[in-house]
Design a protein around this ligand. Structure first.
Ligand code: NAD
Ligand code: TYD
Length: 352
């Protein structure tokens, strides 16, 4: 099959493309604008493969998207391109409205026209897979509640509101125009090639630099962590086997308070790379001003994808976080390139 992936130079998109090239026989077109979050070095291990092509383009550019569809003739579209960082969405929501809402709208319109021109056979197998987040559901109050596929949407941040909006557009294009779509809503991912503006890579790299480890508020907020390669496998399964019109929640049953995550990373680093001054990494933990509108708890009920598609995460949080810290320790080249001038500017502004 020909699989068009948007946002393939990002954290999850690059894991999806590495999976598609290494574990399947499909052809891949990566359509990515290369914003600050896009990094082609994350695809170095597969970029010379003859089944892989890259197109630098904005998903809001209808002409470029129409040409990409016409030239590549996708059987499946996996749409991951987005602005994805909550704190940046609070600082400046416009890019989120633009890419996440208008970009998804543009892609849906291009896909609709393309789909209408397909033969019956091709129509039968075509799918538009929209990759979304559990943050569209807002936060959970009760300790036993879980997000299911029918939990009402209640987004809190400009990021989650823009993703919720894009999810609604995707479902409307299915219901109104008959576009064959599937939607997935996943919990927080972590793993290799994660841009260090997000909690886990930020803490690993700050710790190695001897810098403060910023924990928002009291650090008791809960996230449900999934190793990125488990997500990539789940996405391929959904894109290729799910019934059109379905939604699947994806999560690893790994609920952790932020402070637990930070302490765990410190313990692994104490073991793998003890500090020269003999202090523990935990001494760098610094509680800072809380995020406005901070969601308290996310937790996914992943029974539907487990029961219907037979998907299970392969990593526990303990095995995944160990692998992740080890990856950052042995990939200093990638890390040094990512910590460019622009990244430093964001960190100074955000944590001053
Ligand atoms: P990311 O920020 O690491 O990567 C986003 C990619 O999209 C980048 O390569 C960027 O260059 C590209 N992009 C941004 N705007 C674009 C545009 N207008 N046109 C073309 N390309 C553009 O994001 P990620 O963490 O890999 O997330 C990927 C998707 O998965 C997003 O849709 C996000 O909402 C969703 N998601 C993320 C998580 C998570 O924990 N990171 C969890 C669930 C769902
Ligand atoms: P993040 O990785 O930004 O993902 P999301 O906001 O999409 O869940 O943040 C994960 C959690 O960690 C979230 O509760 C905010 C918190 N956090 C901190 O405590 N300190 C930080 O420096 C960052 C970036 C996040």
């Amino acid at each position: 099959m020909n699989i068009l992936v948007t946002g393939g130079a990002g954290f999850i998109g690059s894991a999806v493309i590495r999976y598609l090239i290494n574990e399947t026989n499909n052809n891949v077109l990566n359509v990515d604008k290369l914003t600050y979050a896009g990094n082609l070095e994350s695809l170095d291990t597969i970029s010379n493969n003859s089944r892989y092509q890259f197109l630098q383009a904005d998903i809001c550019d209808k002409v470029a998207m129409t040409k990409a569809f016409a030239d590549f003739e996708p059987d499946i579209v996996m749409h991951l391109a987005a602005e994805s960082h909550v704190d940046r969405s609070i600082d400046g929501p416009m890019d989120f409205i633009h890419t996440n809402i208008l970009g998804t709208y543009t892609l849906l319109e291009v896909a609709r026209v393309y789909y209408q021109g397909l033969s019956d056979d091709k129509k039968h197998s075509f799918k538009f897979h929209h990759i979304s987040t559990d943050e569209v559901y807002g936060d959970l109050e009760g300790t036993d509640d879980l997000f299911t596929e029918s939990t009402p949407y209640s987004p809190s941040s400009p990021y989650s509101a823009s993703k919720a909006s894009s999810d609604h557009l995707v479902r409307a294009w299915h219901r109104t125009y008959g576009l064959p779509v599937v939607v997935t809503n996943c919990s927080n991912n972590y793993g290799p090639y994660h841009f260090p503006e997000k909690l886990i890579p930020l803490v690993i790299l700050n710790a190695l630099d001897g810098k403060p480890l910023p924990v928002y508020g009291d650090g008791k907020q809960i996230r449900d962590w999934l190793y990125v390669e488990d997500h990539a496998r789940a996405l391929y399964l959904v894109a290729t086997t799910a019934k059109v019109g379905e939604t699947y929640n994806i999560g690893g049953h790994n609920e952790k308070q932020n402070i637990e995550v930070v302490k765990k990373i410190c313990q692994i680093l104490d073991d793998l790379k003890p500090r020269e001054d003999g202090d523990k990494y935990e001494s760098l933990i610094t509680f800072v001003k809380d995020r406005p509108g901070h969601d308290l708890r996310y937790a996914i009920d992943a029974r539907k994808i487990q029961q219907e598609l037979n998907w299970q995460p392969q990593e526990t949080f303990e095995s995944g976080i160990q692998k992740t810290v080890e990856w950052y320790l042995s990939n200093q080249g990638w890390v040094n390139h990512v910590k460019s001038g622009k990244y430093q500017h964001w960190v100074e502004k955000q944590y001053q």
